[in-house]
Write a protein that binds this ligand. Sequence first.
Ligand SMILES: [Zn+2]
Ligand SMILES: [Zn+2]
Length: 112
Amino acid sequence: MVKTKEVTKKVTRKIHGIYCDDCGKRIHWDLQCSTTRCEYCKADLCEKCVAQEDYADGDYRIVYCAKCWDIVKPIKEKIIALEDEIDRLEKECIAKCGKRKKYVAVLVADKE
Ligand SMILES: [Zn+2]
Ligand SMILES: [Zn+2]
């Protein structure tokens, strides 16, 4: 006798993927340059959990998670202020020293 039985099978598939360390959502990175990994704590982040992105002209993105950005933001502001101060001091040296001569490019020809 031939009988047709209906069987319901439970299938468990293993999906390997990258998941956001902040919200647990799956992340799709097409290329290495689309990687969103926190600059400091190296957490993998989805677009939604990227708290801050710095301009980068290289082939990878500079992003920060919310936790690190909270810590880093005031420190970065201090760094920028110090860089401005270095600029100012460098200009002060130039202004105070003055110039004895205008810069002249000198070509020294090889003798013989
Ligand atoms: Zn997320
Ligand atoms: Zn982080």
